[in-house]
Write a protein of this length. Structure first.
Length: 438
């Protein structure tokens, strides 16, 4: 059994649904995970913003516009009246439901219900399309098995148990279809796995069923050696170790959700990144094999804040770092990079919700300063310390760029530099030139 996930662009139109059907039909008893059609989740976010601002008129205008788009998709997707009518009824009901939120007190739980509609629509429409063409598809409701625990993390045991029940209830299905991104939380509310979360759904399912492979189908031929939105002439990396892919995803390679590789790695299920527009291209394979002596790719993560705590009390003192880290822990804020000297420590965070409180508490231990609008640039590959010259290649590329922090030696596969966000384009371009000769 394989898990195949198709992202927003891959199901962005009636025509694209038909292309996806061609990709999945030959294989048997696989689980297909769909995102919302491209643009839908963004519009649902906008609708929610209107509703928070009590702008019912704005919300209804966006709802109306989106409904019209879906009506044209339905017109094009089905050939029989029966399937068309069934889908139109569903669209009418869904959009009447969305409109009903203009009449209630709008809060976060309602926003999450709104955000879940995109995947519910795309899977309903695609299930109809497959059935119309004779495929016995079983639509597995993600809200019945995809669960978060009290810490807001996926509950792997509950996911596996519930999913196994649902699969064994439909043994005759040719294919299973489900929604990416959406889930229930520990308070029995509709929730989600954060933006881009359908990749995470696919990997959680792949791990739960111990799939043969997890395929992430998207609009590019695999993970590129640098951000193709910023640097020209990037090329696809054919193979990555789970650890390398996890670092790249976490540090900004948008092709993968930041934490989706973890469950696949734990279950040792290979992940393949493939292009819906070029289904025969080889894509990128991610597994537990490591290629020695190669620098693979560069990624960048924006909106980073660096916090420096300087204190002469740190000199020869033990327990100083623990006290500093405890403050971050008390605000459930995770640290990405750390650099220490005898008289100071600098850490970076990307979650700035509690920045003022953290800075306030840190002042107990020394002088605190904050650098905003920073960017972590992460170079991934064989960065074992015994290699000669790899880290110096990275530093050579950055010779004209002010570098705030460098982290090397924490793992065997990464070197990270902290720079100003305004220097990101120049930095990524220089790294591609130096490392990949572009
Ligand atoms: P989907 O909707 O299929 O989930 P995404 O938009 O989330 O697709 O991810 C694919 C996009 O990620 C690509 O179109 C590309 O612009 C962007 N991207 C950013 N960094 C990389 C990278 N290193 N390799 C490939 N794509 C990347
Ligand atoms: N539809 C969601 C989003 O746009 C999830 C996904 O596409 O992976 O973020
Ligand atoms: Mg995505």
């Amino acid at each position: 059994m394989k898990v195949l996930k198709f992202g927003g662009t891959s199901v962005g139109s009636a025509q694209r649904f038909k292309e996806v059907e061609k990709i999945i039909t030959p294989a048997g008893k696989n689980i297909v995970v769909l995102s919302a059609m491209s643009g839908t989740t963004n519009t649902l976010v906008e609708i929610s913003r209107c509703l928070y601002n009590r702008d019912a008129k704005g919300a209804l205008a966006l709802i109306g516009e989106m409904k019209n788009k879906y009506i044209s998709v339905v017109e094009e997707l089905y050939s029989t009246k029966e399937y068309k009518d069934n889908a139109l009824n569903f669209i009418n009901e869904t959009f009447a439901y969305l409109s009903s939120f203009t009449k209630i007190n709008f809060r976060e739980p309602q926003e999450r219900i709104i955000l879940s509609q995109g995947e519910l629509i795309s899977t309903f429409l695609f299930a109809g399309c497959l059935r119309e063409h004779g495929t016995n598809v079983c639509l597995l409701p993600a809200l019945s098995f995809m669960r978060l625990n009290r810490r807001g993390e996926p509950d792997a045991d509950k996911i596996r148990t519930s999913l196994m029940h649902l699969l064994s209830d439909a043994p005759d299905a040719d294919l299973y279809l489900t929604q990416g991104y959406i889930c229930m939380n520990a308070n029995e509310e509709v929730d989600n796995l954060k933006r881009g979360g359908s990749d995470y759904t696919a990997c959680l399912i792949g791990a739960a069923v111990q799939a043969e492979e997890i395929e992430i189908w998207t609009d590019i031929d695999g993970l590129h050696n640098n951000d193709p939105r910023i640097v020209n002439n990037t090329t696809a990396v054919r193979h990555l170790h789970f650890d390398e892919a996890a670092e790249l995803a976490y540090f900004g390679a948008k092709i993968l959700h930041p934490t989706c590789i973890l469950p696949a790695h734990e279950a040792n299920v290979p992940v393949r990144l493939l292009n819906t527009m070029a289904p025969d291209a080889p894509g990128t394979l991610i597994d537990n094999q490591f290629d020695h002596g190669k620098i693979k790719a560069v990624a960048a993560k924006d909106n980073i804040v660096a916090i420096k705590i300087q204190s002469s009390r740190m000199l020869l003192a033990h327990g100083f770092l623990r006290k500093v880290f405890e403050i971050f822990e008390s605000y459930q804020t995770s640290i990405d990079m750390v650099c220490t000297s005898e008289v100071g420590v600098t850490v970076t965070i990307d979650d700035t919700r509690y920045l003022n409180d953290i800075v306030h508490d840190l002042k107990r231990y020394g002088t605190v300063s904050v650098d905003l609008d920073m960017c972590i640039v992460c170079v991934v590959g064989d960065m074992h310390w015994s290699n000669r010259g790899f880290e110096s290649q990275v530093m050579t590329a950055l010779k004209d760029i002010p570098v705030r922090m460098v982290s090397y030696g924490g793992s065997n596969n990464n070197i990270s530099c902290l720079i100003r966000e305004e220097d990101k384009v120049q930095t990524l371009t220089a790294l591609s030139k130096q490392l990949f000769d572009l």
